[in-house]
Design a binder for this molecule. Structure first.
Ligand SMILES: [Zn+2]
Ligand SMILES: [Zn+2]
Length: 459
């Protein structure tokens, strides 16, 4: 499967996140290294402070962060690119105006692959003879939306990094993959140090293959520079040269930048012994650190939740049939928990992605994903369990659930579509209401699942 196909498969609920990520793919700004426990520096070009007078303002701007950012781009250190780009984007726009103005004033054309924002900026920046040129360039940058600013910075960095000379790509962290086995080996990376980096299931919904590779490179480089990555669940360094396996999960966190919501994804390194690799919603990760007696910043502290007493609502299990993109009917099972996840919808989705569930497009545009190695078990036509790859029941119903006749009919092909949704999505709706609620959830990216094998007896 090509990378593009994979990207297109991603969920609409991630659309915003994906849009941000797509723009940041080159600068790598979709995760931050703030918590990665390393503090190495990248040497960029010498750029002195910018005197704002040329831009019609009396303030000055320091360029050290921008310079280090260019250095990180040249050395392809994605975590540093990410955190430094975030700093530049949140800082004085005079810095971006100066960086971008410098290169785009010189270029006769903005470049074929640049963003629309950059193309517009170029028309201003290239017109060096106009009256009030400097203030116009600064104004053009100050007018940009945060998103367009990111796009302009990304295009600008490409030019600066190219000008500063591109270092050969690091040898470490080449994905350990055979042709045609990309899907299966997506989660395991062999590195030069001999360590295997085990990525959480579902991480490919949040990071590109290049970004995952970048994480491995970062850990390897940090080890060599004597400033190793630190385990999120014990705060001890991870010696990648001594560990046979390093676990790489991600934490998702929504930050407010300039009054705008920005989804960030950051690496969560763990010793294999400290915890399994997974996708962590930020509050859950903080709660886990708190539980382990590790430092948690005051603003990140989680309230202690007492166990919920009393009877809990049972899960909803709904049987139906669905049309497969490309034709044919497939039996469908949708399971919705009766009680909300402790960490809300994001918490529920993160936990399921970590288990291997995949985003499902119910709009007919994409084939249903396959949950490799999973199966659903029927006994005499009653569904009794759903088994995960590698064994173990994900779901079990004592005595089994009765299934409708058209469902069993469709199940004769021995494949079913197994779906899960967060609590409160569908409830006990039936018929058209049920369908409308599921469609809304799918639009929002809240439907996860995939095709599973059907085993056992159907009659
Ligand atoms: Zn770095
Ligand atoms: Zn640890």
């Amino acid at each position: 499967m090509s990378k593009n196909e994979k990207k297109n498969r991603r969920r609409k609920s991630h659309a915003e996140r994906e849009r941000i990520k797509a723009k940041k793919a080159t600068s790598g700004a979709s995760y931050t290294s703030a918590q990665s426990g390393t503090a190495h520096r990248h040497q960029g070009p010498e750029i002195g402070p910018v005197d704002g007078s040329g831009f019609g303002t009396d303030r000055q701007a320091e360029m050290q962060t921008a310079s280090a950012l260019i250095g990180a781009c040249v050395e392809k250190c994605r975590p540093c690119q990410a955190s430094l780009a975030d700093k530049v984007l949140a800082g004085d726009r005079l810095v971006v105006a100066s960086l971008a103005g410098t290169v785009y004033s010189l270029l006769p054309s903005p470049g074929a692959t640049c963003s629309p924002a950059t193309r517009r900026f170029h028309t201003v920046a290239h017109d060096t003879g106009r009256p009030g040129y400097g203030p116009a360039v600064l104004a053009a940058v100050e007018e940009l939306s945060q998103e367009d600013l990111e796009a302009l910075l990304e295009d600008t960095l490409d030019l600066w990094a190219a000008a500063a000379g591109t270092a050969p790509a690091a040898e470490a962290g080449t994905p350990d993959q055979e042709a045609g086995e990309e899907e299966r080996d997506t989660h395991r990376y062999a590195a030069a140090s001999g360590t295997a980096y085990l990525m959480s299931a579902g991480i490919d919904q949040l990071l590109s293959v290049q970004e995952m590779q970048g994480l491995v490179e970062h850990a390897e480089k940090s080890a060599v520079s004597g400033d190793p990555v630190v385990c999120f669940l014990c705060d001890e360094p991870i010696d990648v040269t001594a560990e046979s396996e390093v676990h790489v999960g991600v934490g998702t966190r929504t930050l407010a930048v300039d009054g705008r919501q920005l989804d960030t994804v950051q690496p969560v390194w763990t010793h294999p012994g400290c915890g399994r690799t997974r996708i962590w919603p930020w509050p859950e990760l903080m709660a886990e650190r708190q539980r382990r007696g590790l430092y948690v910043a005051p603003e990140d502290r989680q309230p202690e939740k007492p166990p919920v007493p009393g009877p809990r609502n049972a899960d909803y299990t709904h049987f139906s049939v669905a049309r497969q993109p490309g034709g044919g009917m497939v039996p469908l099972v949708l399971v919705e928990p009766g009680e909300p996840d402790e960490y809300g919808i994001e918490g529920y989705l993160a936990a399921r992605l970590s288990e291997g569930f995949k985003p499902v497009d119910l709009g007919g545009g994409q084939p249903f994903p396959v949950l490799d190695g999973w199966h659903l078990r029927c006994e005499r036509g009653r569904m009794v369990s759903v088994m995960r790859a590698g064994g173990g029941a994900w779901y079990r119903q004592e005595g089994g659930y009765a299934t409708p006749g058209n469902w069993r009919q469709a199940a004769r092909q021995r494949t079913a579509l197994f779906l899960v949704v967060p609590a409160g999505t569908v409830g006990d709706r039936e018929g058209d209401d049920w369908l409308a609620a599921v469609s809304r959830a799918a639009e929002a990216g809240h439907v996860l699942g995939g095709l599973v094998a059907v085993r056992g007896t159907l009659s």
